[in-house]
Design a binder for this molecule. Sequence first.
Ligand SMILES: [Zn+2]
Length: 258
Amino acid sequence: MKTVMGTCALCHQRCHLRQSHIFPESFYKNVYSEEMHKFVTLSTNPTQPIGLEQRGIREHLLCERCDGKVIGKYDDYIARWLYEEPVTRPDRYRYSLMFKGVNYALMRLFQLSLLWRFHIAKGHGFRSVDLGTHSETIRNMLLTGDAGTAAYFPCILMHPKDISPALTGGIACPVSIGTDQWPVCRAIAVGIVWMWIMRPDTSSNPLSEFAVSTDNQMHIVLGTDNISEGIKNEFIVLDRAKDMQPNATKLSKWGFGQ
Ligand SMILES: [Zn+2]
């Protein structure tokens, strides 16, 4: 593995830096092209051709221990939750599906770690994410395994209506949406829209109730037509990749997107 000398973004030790994944490797499960062992990169810029890259979006960010043992632990949890844990049918609500038995600490720390990785990544796809002074707070939470309160930068998961097969296999880098009062960072991966409310206390925002809670419940909000329309516009180029593997996460097991 290619390493360079530098300072680990998580523990701040000087060391050999690994090429760390920004999105966890498991998020590329359905994006890699089987024959090429590469994944398809797409752009919302229609003039940019579809490219093939190996091993996802990575940057020299973390030491071996932080990459494998700290962030790796959070990435392992989300991979298990998405692909391996037995599918128990969620409770169906009018606007969401509610999951029980979600590990609050690991789900929260995964979601915070992803947001923090967007913040520290230097690639042009991540420029919209700036955690300011909270990056240091979150860095310490990730290092010490402190998941904090549910209302601190909560992540709301949404499943858009009429999701296309191409979209379920695609990854969209984070963009800023929302309002001045409630700025939101939104990324798309594994057929899920991941939306972080970019505030340290969101307890007055009713949406925060959909995020993972200390009683180990988490909702996936079911998208409305309007939200889906906006996302589809952004993903227009993804329709060029219709031959991508069907998504194998829980979402497809419930028959979404068919
Ligand atoms: Zn480190």
